[in-house]
Design a protein around this ligand. Sequence first.
Ligand code: GLP
Length: 241
Amino acid sequence: MNIIKCSDADEIAQKVSEMIINKIKEKPNAILGLATGASPVKTYKKLIEAYKKGEISFKDVKTFNLDEYYHLPKSNKNSYYTFMHENLFNSIDIKEENTHVPDGNPADADYYCKEYDKSIDDAGGIDIQLLGIGRNGHIGFNEPSDHFTSGTYKVSLTPSTIEANRIYFDSEEEMPKEAITMGVESILKAKTVILIATGKFKAEAVRDMVKGAVSPSCPASVLQKHPDAYIFVDEEAAALL
Ligand code: GLP
């Protein structure tokens, strides 16, 4: 694990976007694994700037997102489909057919999840997987449990995650209690993994991920085993390291 301590979220976005920009320059048809949430937003802004300056093009890039709320319509303002279009896809030259956000409303979830993993493998596998981290150490929506998960699957969210993400919804009832997420094994298959953690609410999860045992009680700790993982932390998130 490479731990990169930065002074703030802006420095993280600068460094992470540079890594992604360099990958796209070296491999214009790069496969990116993308994340939602607040953590990657500044990085996406930097990628949009690089595109607008003509530094990179996304016309041959393919993307696969980590997760999506289950049974939330795509058109909902809080769907990850909407998030990705508003924060990145609508502002770059990526082809809609090259973007993949898990379908939160599949007819047959088990079948759909297997197909999602297959489509990642068929595309050649993820070159760079971007991640945030939940306050309880989750990555994607892989919640703490007694085992590491494998491929994409439907998951029940923990009370901690429901509480953390509930602020985006008008009421608790509207906040989905389940999601479709790439599994830990799907995430580990990425050639390079970049995780961003900022703010004091992430300090304990960051400590457990970096200094704790590799354990499904902190799913992000599995990144200790990844051969090319970069953990970008600001001062508050690094406070307990
Ligand atoms: C959410 C998402 C994760 C995200 C994490 C942190 O629940 N499923 O993919 O990384 O929580 O979110 P944020 O970056 O907003 O702190």
